[in-house]
Design a protein around this ligand. Structure first.
Ligand SMILES: Cc1cc2nc3c(=O)[nH]c(=O)nc-3n(C[C@H](O)[C@H](O)[C@H](O)COP(=O)(O)O)c2cc1C
Length: 139
């Protein structure tokens, strides 16, 4: 799939690490939505963000609200969270579905919160997420 883009929102840089690993896999620079608030055209768009009090990072949701099916071919939701039960982003999925943007899949990774999942995401997580991203892209 042509034209892969990777964007992230982050508070403690875990999503940046994951997004950078995914971007490296495709040879593209991962962009922070805080610095690049306007979406660009993408065949496959990875949206990477963490979970706070059970909810998606609001900055990632605001970014998703600006997307459209004419600018994004398919999207992949990538979630970083301490709890396994919080490794899905329901609100983000709902926004993409509302806009008829096809969701190619969801990836998730442990992200430390205080002593829970301390040290994650680690090097192995980065390798795992990059490989999963490649697999999902079909490249
Ligand atoms: C204030 C705060 C609240 C959090 N709430 C949750 C939560 O409800 N569920 C969860 O699984 N992880 C929670 N976490 C852990 C984050 O989702 C995890 O650290 C994630 O990797 C952060 O990603 P980011 O640094 O890219 O924003 C919380 C972290 C913080 C600092």
């Amino acid at each position: 799939m042509d034209n892969v883009s990777v964007v992230y929102a982050t508070r403690t840089r875990h999503s940046k690490k994951l997004a950078d690993a995914i971007g490296k896999e495709f040879g593209v620079e991962a962009k922070n939505v805080a610095e690049h608030p306007e979406p660009q055209k993408a065949g496959l768009l990875f949206l990477v963000g963490g979970i706070y009090a059970g909810r998606s990072n609001p900055a990632l949701l605001s970014y998703a609200e600006k997307l459209s099916a004419s600018t994004v071919g398919k999207a992949v939701i990538v979630t970083s969270s301490a709890s396994k039960s919080h490794r899905a982003q329901r609100e983000l999925r709902a926004i993409l579905e509302k806009k008829d943007i096809e969701i190619a899949g969801e990836l998730a990774c442990a992200g430390a919160f205080l002593l829970i999942r301390f040290g994650r995401p680690d090097k192995k997580d980065m390798e795992t997420i990059a490989k999963a991203a490649k697999d999902i892209s079909g490249k």
